[in-house]
Write a protein that binds this ligand. Structure first.
Ligand SMILES: [Zn+2]
Length: 197
């Protein structure tokens, strides 16, 4: 389970890999709104808590329009016997993503120091638009590494979510947190840079 199941563009669903192949690192690293399709529509992410199903009472699958990979399956309630916790898991996944996003926004506020030259803001904005790896390399990417005193660790996240580290989805929640962090961090760096050019 990853926070982002698929992307929508050209009126169809596409897997993250096919999306990255087409749009490059900008979409892979940031998830949403970093690219437009041939009709000028924004590329949007389908999160694991989004409802992509038609709920027509049948078993449904979400598949990539390019490579055909199955990205998610949905079984109507009447047939569900082995995943009674799915709703709880999705709610906790979203909560983890939101916690990561909040942390990402806060961390991004330290990216530029107060005296950054205008050229730096422009370099970052251009790099974000083009998916330049040199710019992404300057971003914090391991928010739970505990590298700095006071930084949260996975244990703190599990505590906030009220789940045990033995929970079957514990590691998934950490990935959600990191996904939320990465997207919000880049968005906030971009927002700040735009205020200065
Ligand atoms: Zn694909």
């Amino acid at each position: 389970m990853s926070a982002i199941l698929a992307y929508t563009y050209e009126a169809a669903y596409h897997c993250p890999q096919c999306t990255a192949d087409r749009f490059g690192l900008a979409v892979q690293a940031r998830g949403v709104a970093a690219a437009v399709d041939s009709e000028g529509n924004e590329v949007n992410a389908v999160f694991s808590w989004d409802e992509w199903q038609q709920f027509d009472g049948t078993r449904e699958t979400l598949a990539c329009d390019d490579c055909g990979m199955i990205l998610d399956t949905y079984t109507p309630d009447a047939e569900r016997i082995d995943m009674p916790d799915r709703d709880t898991q999705e709610a906790k996944a979203k909560q983890a993503y939101d916690l990561g996003a909040e942390h990402g926004r806060n961390a991004a506020s330290w990216y530029f120091d107060g005296n950054a030259p205008e050229g730096l803001y422009k370099w970052v904005l251009q790099g974000l638009a083009e998916g330049d790896p040199e710019v992404y390399d300057t971003f914090l990417s391991s928010p739970l590494s505990g590298e700095w005193a006071g930084d949260p660790t996975p244990r703190d996240v599990w505590e906030q979510l009220d789940v045990s580290e033995d929970d079957g989805a514990a590691d998934d929640y950490i990935r959600m947190y990191e996904d939320g962090f990465g997207v919000a961090y880049a968005d906030e760096v971009e927002r700040i840079a735009r205020l200065h050019v």
